[in-house]
Ligand binder design. Structure first.
Ligand code: OGA
Ligand code: NI
Length: 208
């Protein structure tokens, strides 16, 4: 990762105090191109599926809540994305070191919001599975302009913070406290979204 500990410390301070942090130009042009090439390949081979809400048995597709199409990434299968996974490993190490977070595991998907779609206000926790600690968003919209829509609204302490989904921007927030919403997009909107997971306390209690 091409960032000094000092820079990272600044982001982590912001995350700790404000519950979110935005880092512009977080990924290189090369990584951006790499991710978009993969994204378009998945789109063309019809791998993106309608996203739902709820985990496992409670999974439901609800277009009135969210209208994006997603593809879950797998580090062992999606080998073209090795540089991305490497970057996320480094970011996780920094979060553990500077924020004293107990993290273990992660999950990522690419997401496409077709024109006219949105994701209503929500928290990134499933009631039946509360192990998401940090939400990671990397926006992938080259030449995004006002009027394109698809801004992310963060609701915090009675305030609304609007974040433009511009290419190469990173957003981190605390998954269990930040309520957020994707406003209706007027153009196809691309992002890579993930969650850094809590390490369960007393690991070893899971049997069978
Ligand atoms: C989500 C989400 C926000 C965004 O996938 O849970 O809120 O800006 N995404 O894409
Ligand atoms: Ni969300």
């Amino acid at each position: 990762m091409n960032y000094s500990d000092k820079q990272c410390l600044g982001w982590m301070d912001h995350l700790a105090e404000a519950d979110f942090v935005i880092v512009d130009d977080f990924i290189s042009n090369e990584l951006f191109e790499n991710i978009m090439e993969f994204f378009h390949k998945m789109e063309e081979s019809d791998k993106l599926k309608k996203a739902g809400i709820g985990a496992q048995q409670n999974f439901q597709v609800k277009a009135e809540i969210r209208g994006d199409f997603i593809y879950w990434l797998d580090e062992n299968r999606d080998l073209e994305l090795a540089p991305f996974f490497e970057l996320m490993d480094e970011l996780t190490q920094k979060l553990k070191r500077f924020c004293y977070l107990s993290l273990s595991g992660s999950e990522f998907h690419i997401a496409k919001y077709p024109a006219g779609s949105f994701y209503r206000k929500h928290l990134d926790q499933f009631s039946e599975r509360a192990n998401r600690q940090i939400t990671v968003l990397i926006y992938l919209n080259n030449n995004w302009q006002k009027g394109d829509g698809g801004e992310l609204m963060i609701y915090k302490d009675g305030e609304e913070i609007e974040i433009e989904p511009i290419a190469k921007r990173l957003l981190l927030f605390k998954s269990d406290v930040i309520e957020h919403e994707v406003l209706t997009t007027n153009v196809p909107r691309y992002s890579l979204t993930g969650w850094l997971l809590h390490k369960p306390s007393g690991a070893g209690y899971i049997i069978g």
